[in-house]
Design a protein around this ligand. Sequence first.
Ligand code: PMP
Length: 428
Amino acid sequence: LLARQEQRESRARTYPRHLPIAIAEAAGSHVRDLDGNVYIDFLAGAGVLSLGHNHPDLVQAVVEQLGRHVHGLDLPTPAKDAFTDAQLKMLPDSMRDRMRVHFCGPTGANAVDAALKLCKTATGRGDVISFQGGFHGSSHAAMAVTGLVEQKSPVRNGVPGIHFFPFSYCGRCPVELTPDRCTTNCVAYLERALTDSNGGIPLPAAVILELVQGEGGVIPATVDFARRVRELTRALDIPLVVDEVQTGCGRTGTWYAFEQYGIEPDVIVTSKGLSGIGQPVALIIYDRRLDTWAPGAHTGTFRGNQLAFAAGAEMVKVVRRDGVLQNVRERGLQIDRLLAPLQELPHVREIRGVGLMWGVELADPVTGHPAGQLARDVQHRALRRGLILECGGRDDCVVRMLPPLNVTAETVDLACEILATSLREAID
Ligand code: PMP
């Protein structure tokens, strides 16, 4: 496997460093490599393939659109209108009328950049508050608000005026290093910084928050934390941007993660799973009070991917018709149940998940240090057994699962069995 990986990397520097396979074809939750091996895909294009590979209804929608119209700049089209309507329909009732949509694609990072620019324009302020451990993308500004130091350290002094605060990573946060579950000291710290005249932080243009940190190691914010951040930002008139690039489109069992926190953001950033089939598209959905851009103020060439729009509108229909969100919740409970016995292993520090976003955090049982190499070993062993996983978090010590949202109970059973076997084998 590794020889082939090196050969391929010489042609294109890509992902196979950790996943040494070349995919020939795919369907549903499975992919076949060039050698004919079949894998369960619990990475799903980094959480993009909401309905798995090549969902027949989405393929049909794309093929029909292909014969009609493909690239539409940022102009209105029937496909775009249907897609926009579908997205607005998926908003909570209380938000629908006041939210506006801006297409910023093609990628999540583009939409994060757009959200920050919009908030700066609307408030006339320049600084941004972000949280430690969050990931927001690889463009210059999205990386600047990313709180994963390892990933951004080669790019120094990128964007000025970004301030990082502790996320509600209870028991391990730098504010309150206690094993008990404090959920609010981090917000109290943020509140002090924003309201104390000696706090040293100018009132920011935005607070950007990933409610379940994905790349950071599948760390859900506590409800208290999210609500208090919302109360604080509202009281100080700071737009709250939630980055739902990974958590959105049903990944956590509701269309957006913020619904489970009982909060309403001012700006939603969404991308990955929007088309359901991997056609790139990215949006911000924002409160009309922030609607300060003149026409043409934030333009881009690839904003009119009609194939993504056609697939995305169809995906919303399928999600509703097939009870996909219910499946996410049920399969999530199933994963929780199946992985629970692993908690007994001395190397398993924590198993965390919401909906179909799961992570098994591994640590050295003696030192407590993140066991990144062990996690990579588990990933490679699982791959050899036919399961594609990813790693993330501190030193990549969290083995992550992001299956398609319509994954079956049987496939979840098999995948969890492979993960458990690979983990036990790697520890032995
Ligand atoms: N925000 C979050 C929460 C993400 O998980 C990602 C991608 N992993 C991004 C932003 C960036 O999206 P993209 O890679 O499409 O630019």
